[in-house]
Design a protein around this ligand. Sequence first.
Ligand SMILES: Cc1ncc(COP(=O)(O)O)c(C=O)c1O
Length: 449
Amino acid sequence: MSNKRGSISEKDLVLFGGEKFIKGFQGKEKPKIGVEEFLELADTWGYSASTIAKIKEIIEKEEVPSPHLARYYNPRPSKVKQLEEYAKKLFGVEYALVVNSGTSALYCAYVGCGIGPCDEVIVPGYTFIATAAAVVGCRAIPVIAEVDDSLTIDPEDVKRKITPRTKAIVPVHMAGNCSNMDAIMKIAKKYNLMIIEDNAQACGGRYKGRYLGTIGHVGCFSLSSYKIVGAGEGGLVLTSDEKIYLRAISYHDTAACWRPDRYAKERFPGELFCGQNYRMSELEGSVILVQLRKMEERVKRYNTNMRRVLSRVKKFRKVMPRQSNDIYGDVGYCLIFFAESSELAGKLAEALQAEGVPTGARGTRMARDWHIYAYWDHILEKKTVTPEGCPFTCPYYKGKLPEYSPDMCPKTLDLINRALFMYISEWWTEEDCINVARAINKVFSVFCS
Ligand SMILES: Cc1ncc(COP(=O)(O)O)c(C=O)c1O
């Protein structure tokens, strides 16, 4: 390789015809993610030691290659991509974007709709705090509206809260039940507003035959463990509006992996801006894909059982079922009644629970709950990430800030405090449902007739 004096010349380099220096490495590569990682996952489900040993034996024989668990640049067909394709077909929309949480889905939808400084967004006073917090995160002002007897946003109060700065309304389909979408879409048309459906709690629910999350301009879903379709964490954005989709996908991945050439210059004005990393991993994507395939069957079982119970509950003076905007479209996992008072709601819940009907009620306990606006301290006290207080102090905002207070939506508080939440099982048989209805009638007839 070297000349007489031991020095190396250009021709010794492989590039110029020399001999290759490194012909191989002794260290043998092992998959970055291999047997141990698979077993750790299996451990999550709590398999017995003997089952784990069998699984280990099988995967060792298979010589598991290192799986690529990111959705982009995946050598295998991406599960997250398959999930998006499946969601598009199932829900009948042009675009589906899978993200890593329901909160991320809300952010993408808000940014997708162009919500920002100087805008007001009307949200219901009964929803998970993320619906309102993401408005602040987008540097806009949340305006809190009452809910009606369906526990979803009250269209009459929405009308009262519209100002020249209102950009969007967020109907939230709470506890499986749809909002009054006809009334909301009518308002949107009249005032030229965007409708962003927060469908975190009613995946698979419908309104007059149409899937929730596909009626407004954009729909947001949470796909977390607690939801009808979900794994660990996840979210979904549905829209048929190309501009909303492109802005949402751009925001969900500031690294622009979703573009055909991520480093290419902007292909059209507005394609690129500073966003986040809300990408979902293949692990979650695989589980959620399977879950989504089961959605319709699950919802059918829940809705059937909810109606089986409800149709057998007699009428009583001091307790009323929650108003439904479409009983056949309700997902059906939660049957809600309103008692005459919060004291009565507490007593009924205790008695129902004792009879074996899974029931919850706030009653007079007044426990803190992130689903009730009165406990949204971050918003009521205008807490922001830096002391400058943007968006509440933003000079672009020309309106009069809403006067937030824990008692600003008295109707909402009254309804929630009097509500009884009965949790329906999709697995109950018809006989189970009959027995649940009998137990409800038994308790109601003692306290409510
Ligand atoms: C109505 C509503 N919106 C948004 C979210 C936020 O979803 P995630 O927890 O997946 O971020 C939730 C979660 O429970 C919710 O109930």
